[in-house]
Write a protein that binds this ligand. Structure first.
Ligand code: FMN
Ligand code: SF4
Ligand code: SF4
Length: 390
């Protein structure tokens, strides 16, 4: 029997999938749906002290697509504003959630004045929230947009909230826009922070070149996408390897495999958001199915069997063995003679033999970089079994 329970900031949750703060979690109906699909917890849409940040323009979503010819990517670009109510509405919503929802319900706040951090967190704790995320890292929130020093804001908000409440855990949500999230987290840990979310989203700009103006609302917006996962994996692994801080991973998770990777890298749980906006809540079911499939195949019975398992395997730069160990060859039977490998090989190792009318790779010139194998449309290029070791 597979047990996928884990913890969020020390709170036991029945599955590692946490629905991240967003419009997804601003109604009881959606939270119930998330619960029905076996989400472990939900983070409620953030409350903002600044009143004008509570109402959004429309439209506020755009799926940006890049690339072509088989190499495509997308970003989920959005300018969704905060919870559409004041702190009393927000607390009523929490109370209502606590009556109707069984899974942990975590609040999320973004305040500006010291008084609001203190008063809001007290009211939220009284309303029964199971935890509180501090969201000064919102990509289009007041702190980022006013160019404030987020490191100071993390700690200032944490200290204010810590001194105002005493029952529920506090979780600091970090921006990916930092030159060193590891140092950021070390500093937070030294100052008493025990739980972080890695990460919020980036702040970006998209331009309509026909009208020569920014799209949507005409300003900066939040963006992320499945491409973000590698950035998150890098920092989750490094921070989990070196610090004692509890990590909720967030950013670029689209599949059960992504969750597995983040757990292998040391995350305690994983938040998902954009994938639900784009595929519906049902995707939680599919993600859990894939997660369980992985655990069955690997014979893991619980999350702790593999959490952080890859950390010892990450080499530092000085440990990496350098030099060429492989080269590539073309399987003539599979090759469609499209000529792509010849076009892209910067070492002129892939070439066309006019006499034999075949594409081939010159073993002496091939540096074993592997790019042609990745891009061959027919999977006709393979790593040679007679690898030349240096
Ligand atoms: C439309 C939208 C609204 C969001 N609103 C909030 C919010 O109110 N508070 C917050 O802390 N994060 C917010 N986020 C960030 C998400 O909680 C999450 O951290 C981020 O989207 C990265 O995860 P993902 O790649 O799965 O989307 C929002 C994200 C999106 C896409
Ligand atoms: S890219 Fe692949 S299919 Fe195209 S010529 Fe090279 S080996 Fe053949
Ligand atoms: S592996 Fe790199 S060096 Fe070798 S043929 Fe392909 S592209 Fe050229």
């Amino acid at each position: 029997m597979i047990n996928i329970s884990t913890n969020y900031a020390g709170i036991k949750i029945n599955s590692p999938i946490v629905v991240a703060a967003s419009g997804l979690t601003s109604s009881i109906k959606n939270i119930q749906t998330a619960q029905n699909y076996n989400a472990g917890a939900v983070i409620i849409k953030s409350y903002f002290e600044k009143e004008n940040y509570r109402t959004g323009p429309t439209p506020n979503f755009k799926i940006l697509k890049y690339g072509g010819k088989g190499l495509v990517s997308s970003s989920f670009y959005s300018f969704e504003q905060a919870y559409n109510g004041d702190i009393y509405d927000y607390c009523k919503f929490i109370e209502n959630c606590k009556k109707k929802i069984k899974i942990p319900v975590i609040a999320s706040i973004n305040c500006f004045s010291d008084e609001a951090w203190i008063r809001s967190s007290q009211l939220i704790e009284e309303a029964g929230a199971d935890g509180i995320e501090l969201n000064v890292s919102c990509p289009h929130g007041v702190h980022s947009m006013n160019g404030r020093n987020l490191s100071n804001e993390y700690l200032n908000s944490f200290n204010l909230v810590k001194n105002s409440i005493n029952r529920i855990p506090i979780i600091v949500k970090i921006s990916p826009q930092s030159n060193n999230p590891m140092r950021e987290c070390l500093h937070l840990q030294k100052n008493g922070v025990k739980n972080v979310v890695l990460f919020n989203r980036f702040t970006g700009l998209e331009i309509d070149i026909n009208n020569e103006e920014p799209i949507l609302h005409g300003g900066y917006a939040g963006y992320g996408g499945f491409w973000m996962i590698n950035y998150v994996l890098r920092w989750v692994s490094e921070i989990s390897k070196n610090l004692e801080i509890n990590i909720s991973a967030s950013g670029g998770v689209y599949s059960g495999k992504d969750i597995v990777k983040l757990i292998l890298a040391g995350a305690s749980n994983v938040q998902i958001c954009s994938v639900i906006y784009q595929f519906g809540f049902e995707i939680i079911y599919k993600i859990i199915k894939d997660l369980k499939k992985f655990m069955t195949e690997k014979r893991y019975s619980k999350i702790s069997d593999y959490r952080g398992k890859i950390l010892k395997k990450i080499k530092n730069n000085d440990e990496i063995s350098r030099g060429q160990s492989v080269y590539y060859s073309i399987n003539k039977e599979l090759c469609s003679k499209c000529g792509k490998c010849k076009k892209i090989c910067i070492y002129q190792a892939a070439d066309y033999n006019q006499g034999k009318k075949i594409f081939y790779i010159d073993k002496d010139k091939c540096k074993g970089c592997g790019i042609c194998q990745n891009l061959c449309p027919k999977n006709a290029i393979f790593e040679d079994s007679l690898a030349k070791k240096i």
